[in-house]
Ligand binder design. Structure first.
Ligand SMILES: *Cc1c(COP(=O)(O)O)cnc(C)c1O
Length: 383
């Protein structure tokens, strides 16, 4: 059957469609009678010769469907990987030996650790800076190769001015990557702001159900997209078909999940500011947050993650984590279920992260249940 007229090819973003609509519509097979609505999960490592598909590491129909959707949402060409870390390594692998990477002094721990390994091995150099400080970013750029931004940062929720950093980077001939895991394209579109690469741990909000590991990089630079695609093949970082299917299914509800979880996060941040066991709330949606105005300008919302500090130091925070019944004490973020975690329980976490800091990944439960459960657990913080 020929494709119906007026039906956009898979992955096309119809002008005028919002991202919420595209999240539902993108990455589907071209419409024709008897074609399934959803891209099938293709379990095959190889294909009959003579066509466009070869070996599964190079890509499969299910991977391509996810990449189509991610490309539409971020506005470029997406390359999917087996995890966010695989995506991070693929990008770093595209850099020439001796490249200078300007990176946040508080980034995702995996990013920081891997960069440090590559520096120790003499593969690249790094300049670690306070990314919320525009002057510090500008000072670090001359002679650099890549500016690696994460905004908001994990777990301190620092905000970098993407457009400002891009302008300074362009002037210095430096490429810009934004780890967009926390904001998702529903709230922040780095390529629209001039960044060269948007990176995701698809594991988190995009997939959204704490049931897969996946990563992706999106770029409008065709050469870089080809290099990233070849990194997947040669580093063996190919995602599984089932994972891609689940992530695509998760993306269908991304807009409503982000709306709900963000509304919950905003309300919890407001209430927690007044809780006697809480000494500090970090959330870009609070006017007190130092990055509030930049976040308001470059995002369409402050997101679904916040961090609190409690009285009672590390033991106090641990008691809080041990006494919730609804909030799950676990690492990770971005799922439908709310998680909390004292980040310094990980020896590799930055020492700049306060001992009592608890990261809250807010889910889509009823906010009253979430607050009641957390407030009850916070009673244990003072000891
Ligand atoms: C989780 C995370 C990663 C790593 O992704 P994985 O899918 O766990 O490999 C990278 N960046 C950020 C901001 C993350 O939260």
């Amino acid at each position: 059957m020929p494709a119906q007229e007026n039906v956009p090819p898979r992955g096309a973003r119809v002008p005028g469609w919002s991202l919420a609509t595209s999240a539902v519509a993108a990455g589907r097979p071209v419409a024709a009678a008897d074609v399934p609505l959803n891209t099938p999960v293709v379990f095959a490592s190889t294909y009959y010769a003579g066509g466009s598909l070869g070996y599964a590491r190079e890509g499969t129909p299910t991977v391509a469907a996810l990449e189509d959707a991610l490309g539409v949402l971020e506005g470029g060409t997406a390359v999917a990987y087996a995890s966010g870390m695989a995506a991070i390594n693929a990008v770093l692998d595209t850099l020439p030996t001796g490249a200078v990477v300007v990176a946040p002094n508080h980034s995702y721990t995996g990013t920081a650790l891997r960069l440090a390994e590559l520096v120790a091995a003499g593969r690249v150099q790094s300049r670690l800076i306070a990314i919320e400080d525009a002057d510090a970013v500008a000072r670090a750029l001359p002679g650099a190769t890549l500016l690696w931004l994460e905004t908001p940062t994990n777990p301190l929720l620092e905000i970098a001015d993407i457009a400002g950093a891009v302008a300074a980077a362009r002037a210095a001939g430096v490429k810009v990557l934004v780890d967009n895991t926390f904001a998702t394209p529903m709230r922040q579109r780095p390529l629209d702001l001039g960044a060269d690469l948007a990176l995701h741990s698809v594991t988190k909000l995009l997939a959204g159900h704490s049931d897969v590991l996946l990563g992706a990089v999106v770029t409008a630079d065709a050469d870089w997209a080809a290099a990233l695609q070849s990194r997947r093949v040669l580093l063996g970082a190919a995602p599984g078909a089932m994972e891609c299917y689940l992530a695509l299914r998760g993306i269908r509800t991304l807009a409503v999940r982000v709306d709900r979880a963000e509304a919950n996060a905003q309300e919890l941040a407001r209430r927690l500011q007044r809780h006697p066991s809480v000494t500090r709330v970090r959330y870009p949606g609070l006017t007190e947050h130092p990055g509030y105005e930049i976040a308001a300008a470059q995002t369409s919302g402050p997101g679904t993650v916040l961090a609190i500090e409690t009285v009672g130091g590390a033991p106090g925070a641990e008691r809080v984590c041990a006494h919730t019944r609804l909030w799950v004490h676990a690492t990770s973020l971005g799922g439908v279920e709310s998680l909390l975690e004292r980040r310094r329980r990980w020896p590799a976490e930055s020492l700049d992260v306060p001992e009592s800091l608890i990261r809250l990944s807010v889910g889509i439960e009823d906010v009253e249940d979430l607050y009641a459960d957390l407030a009850a657990a916070l009673e244990f913080a003072p000891g």
